[in-house]
Design a protein around this ligand. Structure first.
Ligand SMILES: [Zn+2]
Length: 328
């Protein structure tokens, strides 16, 4: 485990490099990340933590090898509410433990000084039920809290350094998620999903209102995640100004996990869809994303990585910019 506390490094002014996409990278390597999916995602790549544990660990190690200071465990939807969608609710803890163990063992083998962020995605019930309301309202406060606390405890017991409540859309869910994650005593990061290109949150809420709502709640860093790079560029200055703590970003670069495969014919587990190519990496090759990382660092980002469709090549290109004393 790392000898330096991650918060000490951030408070000392360091900028940390995060890993890139895990689910999309597993898919790129031939893993079936769409188990049980029909027309919508169900539990995403959760089952790979047991069924393809070696590939998951390899992805983590590849990110460490190119210099990531932080890897995000592949927990994401190893949550009870997501595993329920594929009939595995009773087994969710096995998958959650496996995901945590995969990340911690890869870290210990690849770079013991790196940090494991235990990444728990929001239940995202609107996605399945089509009801536009925060998860915490749909589930009830206690069920929502219990889902996060139990998951965070599994991650802490396995050796995670930080709990990352990620892929959260509504302000109400952001606040409830960080409160729950903080109960187990590790630092808590928040990852806000799907910002629009004008910097608004997924459901039209304002980043400034998010920052105000988080005041007095136990959150140690806020990151914009799984949003396209233009949305990061729009939202990050607002977030950096409004939130009194470290901020960061890990964008997606265009990814339609249920789209037809045009560029990657070796993959066969896609779902039918009229959408565009599955991995739309051409608009943001590694060098382009690295240039954007330099801009985000100047805007105040202290943690920078990638989400869907980014791979080790993107993180490798960002490394000298994020970790160097790079002056533009
Ligand atoms: Zn993503």
């Amino acid at each position: 485990m790392p000898t330096q506390n991650i918060m000490d490094r951030l408070e000392a002014g360091e900028t940390l490099l995060m890993d890139g996409g895990t689910g999309s990278e597993l898919q790129r390597r031939g893993v079936d990340v769409l188990k049980g999916a029909t027309d919508i995602l169900k539990a995403w790549s959760a089952t790979s933590n047991i069924d393809n544990a070696d590939v998951v660990r390899q992805v983590h190690q590849d990110y460490l090898r190119v210099g990531a200071d932080i890897i995000i465990s592949n927990n994401f939807w190893t949550t009870p509410s997501a595993m329920e969608r594929i009939g595995l609710r009773d087994n969710w803890k096995s998958y959650a433990r496996a995901a945590a163990d995969n990340a911690v063992s890869a870290r210990d083998a690849g770079n013991p000084g790196a940090y494991v962020a235990g990444g728990i995605a929001a239940p995202t019930l609107y996605f399945r039920l089509g009801i536009d309301a925060p998860d915490v309202e749909q589930m009830g406060a206690e069920a929502f809290r219990a889902e996060y606390v139990e998951h965070a405890q599994i991650l802490a017991d396995a050796g995670a350094d930080v709990i990352l409540a990620e892929y959260v859309g509504y302000i109400a869910d952001c606040v409830a998620a960080v409160d729950a994650c903080a109960e187990i005593g590790l630092p808590v990061f928040l990852g806000v999903r799907h910002l629009h290109q004008d910097g608004k949150m997924q459901f039209g809420e304002d980043i400034r209102d998010l920052a105000a709502a988080l005041e007095g709640h136990p959150v140690d860093a806020v990151l914009i995640m799984c949003s396209n790079p233009q949305a990061v560029t729009a939202g990050l200055p607002i977030l950096a100004d409004a939130f009194d703590g470290p901020v960061g970003a890990y964008p997606n670069i265009g990814y339609n996990p249920t789209g037809p495969l045009v560029n990657r014919p070796q993959l066969t587990n896609q779902l039918p869809s009229a959408g565009p190519d599955i991995l739309q990496t051409s608009a943001y090759p590694p060098s382009a994303l690295a240039d954007l990382a330099a801009e985000w660092k100047e805007m105040g980002a202290r943690i920078i990585g990638g989400c869907c469709a980014t791979g080790p090549e993107h993180i490798m290109a960002m490394r000298p910019i994020v970790k160097g004393n790079h002056a533009r």
